[in-house]
Write a protein that binds this ligand. Structure first.
Ligand SMILES: Nc1ncnc2c1ncn2[C@@H]1O[C@H](COP(=O)(O)OP(=O)(O)OP(=O)(O)O)[C@@H](O)[C@H]1O
Ligand SMILES: [Mg+2]
Length: 182
């Protein structure tokens, strides 16, 4: 897939840019020098037929796949996302429609999944864990009992208990994504 971007607005640095990204699987080119430029505050839709490479581009931008060629730039600086966590720290997060909560652990633990869990001597520091989780929820103006098992939440509360809810600055979306409910 090759994505042509609009001419850049002079003087504005894209928040996120994919420049000549290629990725192939067993000889099949999923992306062939794909380009995408997202200016601050812009919303883009990736459109294309099945197999066009939309999901692959999102996965490259969020650190799931390493591109075979090309560059990713964040605020004009070249970056390399070795994994999802690194992309996450740079504010690049994919919000998938399918919920990825773990029902058998608490809301607080779900929110901090993938982060370093606060612990001392191998024992989880529950108070610190809940403090950090509350910080994330406060940013989203959500109040959910942090000790509650995520599986016991009502369906409307569940989206807030997954880790990508930590207010990404630049969410990368694909056809299978949707924003959290209001
Ligand atoms: N992990 C993989 N292994 C092998 N081939 C893959 C893999 N992921 C994607 N492909 C191939 O790369 C191409 C692009 O796939 P991709 O899933 O990115 O397309 P898409 O635009 O998201 O399609 P859809 O609209 O069906 O979701 C397809 O030919 C697909 O078969
Ligand atoms: Mg797809």
């Amino acid at each position: 897939m090759t994505i042509l971007d609009q001419p850049p607005i002079v003087g504005t640095i894209p928040a996120l840019e994919a420049d000549g990204i290629s990725k192939h699987f067993d000889g099949v080119f999923a992306l062939n020098a794909a380009r995408l430029s997202v200016l601050p505050g812009e919303i883009h839709a990736l459109l294309g037929e099945n197999g066009a490479g939309k999901s692959t581009l999102v996965k490259v931008l969020t650190g799931i796949y390493t591109p075979d060629a090309g560059r990713i730039l964040r605020d004009g600086e070249q970056v390399e996302f070795a994994n999802v966590r690194v992309a996450n720290r740079a504010g690049i997060v994919a919000l998938y429609q399918e919920l990825s909560i773990i029902p058998t652990i608490s809301v607080a633990e779900n929110i901090l999944l993938g982060d370093q869990i606060p612990s001392r001597g191998g024992i989880v520091n529950g108070r610190e864990l809940r403090r950090r989780a509350k910080e994330q929820l406060d940013r989203l103006n959500q109040r959910i009992p942090l000790r509650q098992l995520a599986g016991d939440l009502s369906p409307s509360s569940r989206p807030w208990s997954r880790s990508p809810a930590r207010s990404p600055t630049t969410p990368a979306s694909s056809s299978s994504t949707s924003p959290p409910p209001p």
